[in-house]
Design a protein around this ligand. Structure first.
Ligand code: UD1
Ligand code: UDP
Length: 383
C-alpha cells in the first residue's frame, strides 16, 4: 500500500514524524513523504531531529506569505506530485493550510484521504482562524478519520461521519513527546542552563495565532511585562515564532525588560524539556496545550476558547482570554496561591498514551482488509 504523508509546518511535522518512522519500517507500506515547506527553518529543525528525508519538497515559503499564497502554490505543487506518484492514500494532519490543500489536491485526483488529528472543534469558525474551518473541510473530504479522543469522535458522528470510518487513536504528539523528554536534560545553551528553575518561577511563553495579531497580542505582551515587573522571582522565556509580525511587537514591548528572555525558536527536544523545567506555561499554541498537561505543568491559554477542552476539564489548563487584566490575574493567582498551583499541576494525559501511531497503522491495515478487527480505541479510562 503506497501511503503519501503530507505536511508543511512545525506542529504537523512533530506530530507526523513518529508516524512516518513507523510507516517506513513496516513492510506492508511503501512510504512517500511530501513536504510543502509552508514553514522552512521551523520544519527543517523537526526533519533533522527525526531524521526524515522527504521525497518531495515544494519549498513554498516566502516571508510575510498570505493564506492565498500558500494555498495556490501548495495546490499546484501537490497536484503534480500526486499525478506522478498515484498513492493509495494520502495522510494529512490537523488544521493548517497545507492540511486542507493536501486533502483538496487528493480529492481532485480521486485519491483517498486519511485525516490525522480529526474531529477537534472550537465551534467558532473565526477562532482559531483559519484552522477551525480548515479542519472541518478536511473532515468533509476525508475517507478515514483518526480522532485523538472520544470527544473528537463524537463531533464527527454528529456531523454524519460513519462510525466505521472513525478510529480513536490518541494524539501522536504524545508519541513524539515521550521520545524526547528526560528528567536530567541539559540544554548546552548558556542562557537556558544558567536559569535557576528551582528558585525562580520561570514562565514559558509562546504566541503566534493569527486571531491574536494586533491588539490581543499587545494585551498579552503587556500583561506578561506587568507580571515580571511586579514579581521579582519571575523570569520569562519566550522562544519567538519566526513570523516577523510577532517578533516586531515582542521587541517593541519587551525592549530591555530585565528577566524577559526573547530567544529563537527552539528545537523540539530542548523545547519540551524546557516545558518540563518551567513553572507555568502561557500559550496560544494548540500542541502545547496537549504536551504541558502530560508533564504536569499548568497552562494559561491566551485565547477565548479552545478546541482542546479535555485538559480544561481535567483542571490543568485554564482559558485566560485576551484581555490584559484577565491574563494578569490568571497568572497572578497561580504565582501566589500554592493550593491553586498544586491543583493545576497534576500530570494528566487525556490526549494519548504514546501508542497513537501504532493504532493508526493497525487502523490502516484493518481498513484495507489486512486485519480482521478494528484496533481497540484509545480511552483515558484505559490509562
Ligand atoms: C501556520 C499555520 C497555523 C499553525 C502555525 C504553527 C496556516 C494558515 N497557519 O501559521 O495553523 O498553527 O503555522 O506554527 O496554515 N516563518 C519563517 N520561517 C519558518 C516559519 C515561518 O520565516 O520556518 C515566517 C515567514 O515569514 C512566514 C511567516 O512566518 O511567511 C508565517 O508563516 P505561516 O505558515 O504563513 O503562518 P504561521 O503563523 O506560521
Ligand atoms: N515547539 C518547538 N519549539 C518552539 C516552540 C514550540 O518545538 O520554540 C513545538 C511545541 O512543543 C509543539 C509545537 O511546536 O509541539 C507547537 O507548534 P506551534 O505552537 O507553532 O503550532 P500549533 O500547535 O499552535 O499549531
Amino acid at each position: 500500500m503506497k501511503v503519501m504523508t503530507i505536511f508543511g509546518t512545525r506542529p504537523e511535522a512533530i506530530k507526523m514524524a513518529p508516524l512516518v518512522k513507523k510507516l517506513e519500517k513496516n513492510k506492508d507500506f511503501e512510504s512517500v513523504v511530501c513536504v510543502t515547506a509552508q514553514h522552512r527553518e521551523m520544519l527543517d529543525m523537526v526533519l533533522e531531529l527525526f531524521n526524515i528525508q522527504p521525497d518531495y519538497d515544494l519549498n513554498i515559503m516566502t516571508h510575510g506569505q498570505s493564506i492565498i499564497d500558500i494555498t495556490s502554490k501548495a495546490l499546484y505543487g501537490l497536484d503534480e506530485v500526486m499525478k506522478k506518484e498515484r498513492p493509495d492514500i494520502v495522510l494529512v494532519h490537523g488544521d493548517t493550510t497545507t492540511t486542507l490543500v493536501g486533502a483538496q489536491a487528493a480529492f481532485y485526483n480521486k485519491i483517498k484521504v486519511g485525516h490525522v488529528e480529526a474531529g477537534l472543534r472550537s465551534g467558532n469558525i473565526y477562532s482559531p482562524y483559519p484552522e477551525e474551518m480548515n479542519r472541518r473541510i478536511t473532515g468533509t473530504i476525508a475517507n478515514i478519520h483518526f480522532a485523538p479522543t472520544m470527544g473528537n469522535k463524537k463531533h464527527l458522528l454528529r456531523e454524519g461521519i460513519l462510525e466505521e470510518n472513525i478510529f480513536v487513536t490518541g494524539n501522536t504528539v504524545i508519541d513524539a513527546l515521550l521520545q524526547v523528554v528526560s528528567e536530567d536534560y541539559k540544554f548546552n545553551d548558556d542562557l537556558l542552563d544558567k536559569i535557576d528553575y528551582k528558585e525562580k518561577k520561570v514562565l514559558l511563553l509562546t504566541c503566534h495565532r493569527r486571531e491574536n495579531w494586533g491588539k490581543p497580542m499587545e494585551n498579552i505582551f503587556n500583561a506578561v511585562k506587568d507580571i515580571v515587573l511586579n514579581n521579582n522571582d519571575v523570569e520569562v522565556v519566550f522562544p519567538m515564532h519566526l513570523n516577523p509580525r510577532i517578533r516586531e511587537l515582542a521587541y517593541k514591548i519587551f525592549n530591555n525588560v530585565d528577566r524577559i528572555h526573547l530567544i529563537e525558536p527552539l528545537d523540539y527536544e530542548p523545547f519540551v524539556n524546557l516545558i518540563n523545567k518551567c513553572h507555568i506555561i502561557m500559550t496560544d499554541s494548540g500542541g502545547i496545550q496537549e504536551e504541558a498537561p502530560a508533564l504536569g505543568k499548568p497552562v494559561i491559554v491566551l485565547r477565548t476558547e479552545t478546541e482542546r477542552p479535555e485538559a480544561v476539564k481535567a483542571g490543568t489548563v485554564k482559558i485566560a482570554g485576551i484581555n490584559e487584566k484577565d491574563i494578569y490575574n490568571s497568572v497572578n493567582i497561580l504565582l501566589n496561591d500554592k493550593e491553586e498551583y498544586d491543583r493545576m499541576a497534576n500530570a494528566v494525559n487525556p490526549y494519548g498514551d504514546g501508542k497513537a501511531c501504532d493504532r493508526i497503522i493497525e487502523s490502516l491495515l484493518y481498513y484495507y482488509g489486512k486485519k480482521d478487527s478494528k484496533p481497540q480505541e484509545f480511552s483515558t479510562y484505559s490509562l
